[in-house]
Write a protein that binds this ligand. Sequence first.
Ligand code: IFM
Length: 700
Amino acid sequence: MLDTAVPSLAPTTDPAWLLVEEGFTLVREHELESQFAIANGYLGSRGSLAEGCPLSAPATYIAGVFDAEPGSVPHLVEIHDWCHLSVSICGQPLRLDVGRTLEHRRILDMRQAILWRFWRHEDKDGRITRIRSFRFASQADRHLLVHCVEITPENYSGPLLLDASLAASATQTTHEGVSVSVALANRVLDPDGRVIGSTELLSGNQPFRAKRGSTYRLERVAAVYTSRETDRPNEAAQRHAEDALNRLTEIIADHQRAWQIRWHASDVRIEGAPEDQRALRFAAYHLLSCANPDDERVSIGARGLSGPGYKGHVLWDTEIFMLPFFTLTWPEAARAMLMYRYHTLPAARANAARLGYSGALYAWESAATGEDVTPSFVGTPEGEVIRILTGEQEHHISADVAYAVWQYWDATRDDRFLLDAGLEILIETARFWASRVVLEEDGRYHIRCVIGPDEYHESVDDNAYTNGMAQWNLETAANVAERCAVYWPEEWQAIGRRIAVSEEEIQSWRNIARDIYTGFDERTGLFEQFRGYFELEDIDLSRFANRIAPMDVILGRENIAKTKIIKQPDVVMLVYLLWDRLPAEVRKANFEYYEPRCGHGSSLSPAIHAVVAARLGNMALAEHYFRQTAEIDLANNMGNSAAGVHMAALGGLWQSAVFGFAGLHLGESEPRFQPNLPESWRRLSMRFQWRNNWFDVALP
Ligand code: IFM
């Protein structure tokens, strides 16, 4: 008899840790597969039903492993459906759409990061079968995925057939030359815990007799390796899967312990608002699931490892929306993500050079190498082909990466990172801006033909966000470079040998930053979002309050560009990121002007409005936007969670609780709180790490 922890494992009892789906609604299946995804920063697997259903889209991804068919942009590779399993009893397949479902419940236990399924089913001849299963992606051993299924014939004895043949061990090689090996180790146990078979019992053609009231268990481990980690991924995967199956109890305990550590460092506890609590845990669950402090070659894509959206590409979503969570709760993971930007600096340099600029222009959409992989065209459901200009024009990404580098260093004082990687990013991005600006007749530096965060307006001049962030980038690079030259002269010389920086160059960054056009109007205190924005048609968005489609669909792409309606915060984004540099009345004036003009056509939008509204004390708006953000995936309120959860919105939700409602400000000498909690939040408590100290906070 095997000593295994499987039978005693159970979901957490506190409902604030659980996401529960009762019953089965076919059309919700895709969004649930995203919500219920399990991941560990190396592997991610959608929460599909093991036996499949007409709408199943199972997929398992490996972070950073992309493939590209000729002529198309790279996408995350989908590996074999490792957890497929069909069960037949007395010759009848057990399926939700055949017979009668007596009970069907799926539970994502976020505390243990385990996806559970409880199912009682009656076939057309009255046979009742009970299934209890769970799966997880080990947080302690990132190469492992585990799936256990218990099957109990409640009121009959008869032949039980298991078919997992679709989930065979396999090796596949991508067009990009990466070999991926998935090895499975299985065993089937009888009610006494004795092994009665392994792979042969899962072939779909070897039934065994199951006894009424007895529970049979399948234990299955998938191990995944690629040629990026070892020359022999196949052997490594085989060995690892066999070994892990023999140590299942330990594997489970290690996974639970690893998550305990993560939650201890990052759980934001809310008393008085269970739904908000659950939403914050859902956000942290997916963020924590997608990070890997041990791999500097990867970062987190817009939909994490939960679905095919954005093909797994990395955008500014990571640095501006997700990274603050990691910097303050898991700095090792934040560092690895920034190192991904360091390792892709050569591609960013090439990208700038290709367009005739100096320094580094990060790819708007980035995959394994950092080359720009933004698709140039997209087809709409109506069959229209649309040109995509973001890859060519959304240059603010370079300043966003620089901003994240500085934020990380400021919060961690990780000098080694700054000297080995961060400073080079700051310098190369500043260099890009110095070559990107044009000194015009008015004596000001201008940046023409860009797209700001508001993607409803393309090819605009002097976008306030882009210019403001470029100004910040130039000034910060100058300050940090000068500081390094004084404090770390040897390292500074070494950096100089790699990317020679002269005092004149630093001075030129300061001059540009001083004279760059910002679009700020002293009289009104407003930034003009871009040249000519104030002359555009003003449309009262409250007239469209009950809309069910985004404004660009309602008005049409060309028409919306002629209006002041914006897709997502642009000036408000600038106000948020450069908060301490702007007077209070300027922040307020710009929020009050732009907020009513925002159509929230992007999942990135409401969270930033929530943070800024909370900081301004506008609690009604702040709570409204907080809940809108929470519902993006939990209620699929944008209708596109099927393609994966929205990682930026999840990071934004955390930011709206921490930097918005809790009012955390990371000043020069110590963190300060200026809380504005929603009325229902009796108490917010959290931990975070700042400059190598842990802070435990309880508000009020
Ligand atoms: O990066 C965002 C962009 O700002 C708006 N559209 C969606 C992208 C990916 O989330």
